[in-house]
Design a protein around this ligand. Sequence first.
Ligand code: NDP
Length: 334
Amino acid sequence: STQVQLVSRPTGWPTDENFRTVQVDLPDLADGEVRVRNEFMSVDPYMRGRMNEGRSYTPPFPLGETMTGAAVGRVVESRSDTLAEGDLVLHQYGWRDIAQAEAAQFRPVQPLEGISPSAYLGTLGMTGLTAYAGLLKVAKMQPGETVFVSGAAGAVGTAVGQIAHLKGAGRVIGSAGTDEKVALLTERYGYDAAFNYKKGPVLEQLRAAAPDGIDVFFDNVGGDHLEAALDSFNDGGRAALCGAISQYNSTEATPGPRNMTNLVTRRLTLEGFIVGFHAQHMPEFISEMGPWLTSGDVVSDETVVDGLENSVEAFLGLMRGENTGKMVVRIGAA
Ligand code: NDP
């Protein structure tokens, strides 16, 4: 099995030197185990946190060991009663071409007509649930409200815009880092207005896009975006704080918003959340997202990088904004 390992902890932006690729001989299957050929693996911003030492909501990747993360693959050999050769499975043994473990570590998923299995890494999986739960359960968006989403052209952001639109938002505004992404936000991802945060101050651009203020903020970015949202909130506004990617590679403490007193004067609620604590919403989410996806009400775009050997580059590309929708790595394409 070819596997990618973390060998040193990055300071600031990770580089190739922080990783190595190794060949691992897999033992014969033990009773109850399966062997899976991975087809797609996920690269996600939270993995940057796992490359650091110290406390986060997921433990650090151990040095000198193969990294983990979501992947989908097919069972190629089975000594288990519960999984058979050919079954499509979702699991956490990414960063390798062949995964081998007890069958219980692999969750069978239904192949869907006309939809790539990689959707289970994005819109139909963790990122889709993040968008759904953050918008509807944490921020409790109501029909008619004005919603602002930062990082809007990414995996979570493209889902948030479309869900907001389908759930009757009054106006949905998104920000992204290229003009191409900004165009897609309004043409394809359910946004009514969008702007390029690299082209001018976020606050000015948000005011122009939301002259009557915002009611809900779904934050993937932090920093200037959070401060601008706090400035633009109407009374009783709610923010679902999902991520702060503008700060993940920072080596120094980043400044906080300077307008926190708006929380008092406008009766605002800011709530951070982690999707893992919203697993109870999975059935409801799937019952809505499944039909949205198959009917085409929701589009699920991906940026696909080919080859496990390019997986570190795919991760860095994600941090640099080279993806639209979900960034995935296709492994061992036929
Ligand atoms: P994305 O697909 O959104 O990819 C990351 C994007 O971030 C890039 O495409 C880039 O787009 C943008 N970006 C990078 N640097 C900056 C910057 N300095 N300022 C603004 N934007 C930047 O990733 P995901 O959809 O997987 O994740 C989005 C966010 O949600 C992340 O913050 C992630 O940590 C968080 N998350 C949180 C979860 C939770 O449970 N709380 C679960 C899943 C994700 P651009 O070109 O627009 O700059």
